[in-house]
Design a protein around this ligand. Structure first.
Ligand SMILES: Nc1ncnc2c1ncn2[C@@H]1O[C@H](COP(=O)(O)OP(=O)(O)OP(=O)(O)O)[C@@H](O)[C@H]1O
Length: 265
């Protein structure tokens, strides 16, 4: 697996650029005029309560929500990228529910091989070995089926599947929310390690400020489809929010107590 990648000389300034994004379902505007950028190699947090539009923004970026506005990924319009097989591999997504994300009747080996086959990529044996190693799973797990794995192991397989295509951008939709608290810490530590070692650009969606601040130095806050505040990690830890909604989120996550008790590295 690759290590932190250099940014090409003529690369666009940001890996992700979103300007004036709106998503409307029927008569309901669920994302309203949202703009943000993610620098190359940055892990940006996106937080908001349930129904605030977080997943919809990820869907818009992957071309599966009806979006208006400007979205560029690695300098290319997101809509064009979603249509082009060569470019889809550079942006991968990890979902909240590792149970639903893996085909129940496919072995881990087949799950990992499939994206390589779709993209026509060779050297599959070496890539499968490297991807299992990078998420800390023994090679023998390639012969297992999803029902033979724990929730945390399933999420590791889902992460390995996303990484096997060596993407530049990883979209993470609450990747630890469905996991047991102790397993959450393990998977978060793994994601933080992969972020450091691979120089990946990440957009990390969550609803827990404590979890997000562990991963992200900068966090944007969404409320009812609108971006209401941008917070740096220090502001989160010291409770310096300006918007009432963000203050409420900070209180809800009881950060001081969490940081004292946290067992994540
Ligand atoms: N396909 C759809 N058709 C109609 N409305 C939708 C559709 N998908 C999402 N919505 C609505 O858009 C709003 C935002 O949903 P979204 O899933 O983006 O929220 P979220 O912040 O990711 O929530 P959660 O944290 O619960 O996953 C919600 O009100 C939801 O009901």
């Amino acid at each position: 697996m690759k290590h932190a990648r250099p940014v090409p000389v003529n690369a666009p300034a940001n890996a992700l650029d979103v300007k004036n994004l709106c998503v409307t379902y029927g008569s309901a505007r669920v994302v309203n005029d949202v703009s943000f950028s993610v620098a190359h190699g940055e892990c940006l947090g996106l937080i908001g309560e349930s129904g605030s539009g977080k997943s919809t923004i990820l869907k818009a970026l992957t071309g599966t929500a009806p979006a208006a506005g400007m979205m560029e990924i690695l300098g290319m319009p997101a809509s064009a990228r979603a249509r082009d097989k060569r470019h889809t591999r550079s942006v991968q997504m990890v979902f909240q529910d590792p149970y639903a994300a893996l085909h129940p009747r496919h072995s881990v080996e087949r799950i990992l091989e499939e994206p390589l086959a779709i993209q026509g990529i060779g050297d599959r044996e070496a890539k499968i070995r490297a991807s299992l190693a990078s998420v800390g799973l023994p090679l023998g797990f390639r012969f297992r089926y999803p029902h033979q794995l724990s929730g945390g192991q399933r999420q590791r397989v889902a992460i390995a599947r996303a990484l096997i295509l060596e993407p530049e951008v990883l979209l993470l939709d609450e990747p630890t929310s469905a996991l047991d608290v102790s397993v959450q810490a393990e998977v978060l530590n793994l994601l933080a390690k992969l972020h450091r070692e691979h120089g990946l650009t990440m957009l990390f969606v969550g609803h827990d400020l404590g979890v997000i601040a562990h991963m992200c130095a900068r966090v944007i806050v969404l409320n009812k489809g609108e971006l209401v505040e941008t917070l740096m990690r220090d502001q989160i830890y010291s409770g310096q929010a300006t918007q009432p909604y963000t203050k409420q989120l900070l209180r809800a996550t009881k950060l001081e107590q969490r940081s004292a008790n946290r067992n994540i590295a």
